[in-house]
Design a protein around this ligand. Sequence first.
Ligand code: PGA
Length: 251
Amino acid sequence: MRTKIVAGNWKMNCDLAEMEDLLGEIKNQLDSVSNDVHLMVAPSFTNLYPAFQSLRETNIHVAAQNMHQEQNGAFTGEVSVEMLKGVGVKNVILGHSERRSIFHETNALLAEKVNTALAKKMNIIFCVGEELKSRKEAKHIEVVKEQLEKGLFHIKAENFKNVVIAYEPVWAIGTGETATPEQAQEMHAEIRKMIADQYNSAIADEVSILYGGSVKPANAKEIFSKKDVDGGLIGGASLKADDFLAIANSF
Ligand code: PGA
């Protein structure tokens, strides 16, 4: 059985007080969420420790939105894996499309981040997804394959237990435009096949693959009903407790 996951990517939103309000609202309604759904939230760096403290008695996991590939050193403004671990964080999102496009993170750089994270036993949510142009040219599968081959498929089979993949078509992120459930299913099945070809079908069957891109309470159920979709990476809608929990209740 694959793990069902609903993860909130809060991006550069919520100061400390706002986050505490949001966490309070989420915790108040936690009983409504089935125990087999793993909830995760990814606050900004400054909010990671207070989030960890606030959630330590719950089963909500905390993730960082990024980390640096080096262990330490003269990298002004960056945060290392040990710093994350030191404040209780055991999960990190790598390769989000905003990191790739705005901050120019390449597949090669992401491969380094993956290595650093796995060497320190962090769990990774590795994001892939094509831009609109590639979708229009019917190159979406090719693009995602390249992202996986160059950024992730160098890892050892045994490390896959620490990996979750998130498919997020760039044209659907924050745009209100969602991939159809069929488009999501098609890509998720392709990703699973790529993993089976590169590793084996046992690993491909076990890895959770999340869909991300304008997931809302109104569309989550249909997307999550697809056989290879194991949950969602949620941006905008995860900033409202009611919506986030409604999505978590959409399996
Ligand atoms: P969105 O963002 O749900 O606001 O489209 C998803 C993401 O960027 O992870």
